[in-house]
Design a protein around this ligand. Structure first.
Ligand code: GLU
Length: 296
């Protein structure tokens, strides 16, 4: 079985992403798993970003097994999974606009971010009428309101499950569907990623059970943040390997900074792997202060 890292090729990875990738790699390798790489390129692709991301990950000492999987080349796999759910009557067409969904969620009994199931209740005649107006997205007719996952760092975590989108109204498979189908099909049974995705784990695990697979073991790790405690972003300054190199940091310096942030003495990826102890991981975000360019 495998762990994995699944970057979206929308730009360069920053030190927070690189740290999460190193953690995913250490979790996998230290538990006797293989490690796989998946490029999540169904959306927001920046030309050249994929190659740069993979080069940066390799430069840090991360290695992976089997060919890199590209989501853009797997449409038939997603279509097949969707067909199975459709055949079981577990889906429905949704014609709601973003505005309608936001309004419904802010209504007196609405749950923020939770789709209230408006289109689930449409009659066939109403459906036909709305089909003429706009293309439909396809949603899961969820049979539960919440689902519980096990997370190595967060313990038992229960979170809401709504009628999530499976296929967007432009025909592109939705993130939640692709992630679940891919992890199952790539023999991934360990998902290590940023804790901004912890809240997505219950719906993904639920979808996995509907597709007949056992949900993976999760570990949602604390993110890197800027000096204001906000999630680290490119606009925070020199945060990518390329930016840091331009300021005189070597790859080894970046790995050492990540090791320090994890309370590890090792100075390279192999040493970190040897030292890795999930129980000793910090549970709070890593505050990364980008170095200032040297004046003159
Ligand atoms: N592609 C997602 C991201 O870059 C990660 C998805 C996942 O790990 O499940 O945020």
């Amino acid at each position: 079985m495998f762990g994995r890292y699944a970057p979206s090729p929308s730009g360069d990875l920053h030190v927070g992403n690189l740290r999460t990738a190193l953690l995913a790699w250490m979790f996998a390798r230290s538990s006797g798993r293989g490690f796989r790489m998946r490029v999540e390129d169904l959306d927001r692709v920046r030309p050249g970003a994929q190659e740069q991301q993979l080069a940066d990950l390799a430069a840090l000492g991360i290695d992976w097994d089997r060919p890199v999987v590209l989501q853009s080349q797997r449409r038939t796999v997603y279509d097949d999974a969707v067909s199975r759910l459709v055949a079981r009557g577990l889906t429905y067409e949704c014609f709601c606009t973003r505005r309608e969904i936001a309004d419904a969620a802010s209504a007196p009994h609405g749950v923020p971010g939770h789709y209230p199931g408006t289109c689930r209740r449409l009659t066939e005649a109403q459906r036909a009428e709305r089909r003429a107006e706009r293309p439909a997205a396809l949603r899961l007719a969820a049979g539960v309101d919440q689902f519980t996952v096990r997370d190595l760092l967060h313990g038992t975590y229960t979170g809401p499950v709504d009628d999530l989108v499976l296929v967007r109204n432009d025909g592109v498979p939705a993130y939640n569907l692709a992630v679940v189908v891919d992890d199952a099909e790539m023999d991934v049974d360990q998902v290590v990623r940023g804790d901004d995705l912890l809240a997505s784990a219950p719906r993904q695990a639920y979808l996995a059970t509907l597709l007949g697979t056992v949900p993976p073991h999760y570990a949602h790790v604390a993110l890197a943040v800027n000096g204001l405690g906000k999630r680290l972003a490119k606009r925070d300054g020199a945060v990518t390997l390329g930016d840091l190199r331009a300021l005189g940091w070597s790859q080894a310096d970046v790995v050492a900074a990540i090791a320090d942030s994890l309370g590890m003495a090792a100075r390279d990826a192999a040493g970190m792997l040897a030292e890795f102890d999930p129980a000793a991981l910090p549970r709070t975000p890593w505050v990364f202060a980008p170095p200032e360019p040297v004046a003159g």
